[in-house]
Design a protein around this ligand. Sequence first.
Ligand code: HEM
Length: 334
Amino acid sequence: MSEANSQEIVEKLDRIVMNVNQRSFNPLLWPDWIYKRTQMYQEEIEFEGKVSKLIERIVHRKTTEINRSATWRQSAKLGCKDKKSLLDMLVERKLMGELDMTAEDILTETVTMFGTAIHTPPLTVSFILKVLSLRPDIQERVYTEICDVFHEEQKEWSYDDLSRLQYMDRVINETLRMFPVGPFILREVKKDMKIDNKHIPAGTILMLNIMGVHRSDRYHKDPLHFDPDRFLPERAGDIHPYSFLPFSSGPRNCIGQPLGWMMVKTLLVTTLRAFEIFPVADGVTDPSQFEINMDLMIHYVGGAKVRLVPRKASLLAAREANANDIYYTILCVL
Ligand code: HEM
């Protein structure tokens, strides 16, 4: 097998995700004896081999770097707070014998953390901005709340500042209800069980359809209507805790929820303070018409396109001419 190359792996990853997706939705590919005869399986094996080699190389390099640094053992013991990456910390703990993980476990955890953290918040923001472009009433409320919480010149903000943006919380919740970027989760059944009188044998992989639950009128009134106020505290009783699961639930739920929430809010505050969001002429007039495709996450087909008009300029533009002609920017988050 050729030498592992990170660029090549990044490029192949999309293909592998597509294969996983194709297999998940095609029962003919479920039995291993069929799947193992396919081109997809060959690609998977080749990919796994390359990833393992890359993992070995990275962890080996980190271990050598850390071992070379004369002070690491002492500083780790003293709990020194110099800036370390997650990978540094895990490798250090392993060298100190405090962590029962293989090199592969360490890198898999790091990659999972990185992979989930970089995709989910921007995807969520892309859906929110697309909604705001079509619903100026909601955009105005979000912007007014930002202006109430932040001074005009404020460049930095705290967790507490972000917590005061409560209407924004509702808009994020409602977006994640209609567009949960993690649309389903998978669980392996450990013991034989019954659901709705149907026997589910141990070893079955269950796909839990989060998006289906979020859009079911059994659990949400008028589910295709975008209404942030369904998340008002006084209406909390209307939403069963297991009918709204954008971060999943149980022992394997999302560990990055608080960070993800702050990332989404920070992106929204930064964008909305600088720009007003307008729709593009794509014929879409309501969030219920969004065209979505799904692999392990959901994406707006072709990217969620909106027009961003700088706020200060938009006042001028509104006075002088048609704003659409003056500033025309397309935001396309994949
Ligand atoms: C809007 C942002 C986010 C959303 C909607 C989201 C959603 C999810 C969902 C649905 C799962 C699947 C859990 C399951 O299988 O039950 C998950 C898992 C996970 N998320 Fe997030 N996530 C977000 C942000 C983040 C961030 C910022 C991080 C990084 C710190 C992160 C780290 C993880 C990890 C490590 C897992 C795997 C947990 C495990 O298997 O035990 N997520 N996330």
